[in-house]
Design a binder for this molecule. Sequence first.
Ligand code: FES
Length: 121
Amino acid sequence: MAKITVNEHTFEVPDDKRLVLAIEDNGIQILHRCGGYARCTTCRVKFVEGEPELMTRAEKTRLQQDPANLFGKIRLSCQILCDHDMTVEPVMTLQNTDVSDPGKRPEDQVTPTPEYVSRYG
Ligand code: FES
């Protein structure tokens, strides 16, 4: 179990749970407009502590190619498993955007099938 802290609220989460689902299942209406496929970036979070050293290739490619140059600024919570303690701040929620729903619920496993690479270089 990992301790995940979001907006000063801490909850315990199984190691194999996607961060986006851990956040949502603990009452925070984080967006996930592409359904957890590293396409939309609406599941973005800022890391306060515990940013993973590894990232999926899908996340890295999406952030590096983003016109707003998101690489190094945020992480995609749909691409991260809760395998260690983390403190994060969700950026886009139902409350602070004008969309009517958060998006289709992401599958339980990371999609697309993850290939992990270093977040450096
Ligand atoms: S990038 Fe769309 S839900 Fe994560």
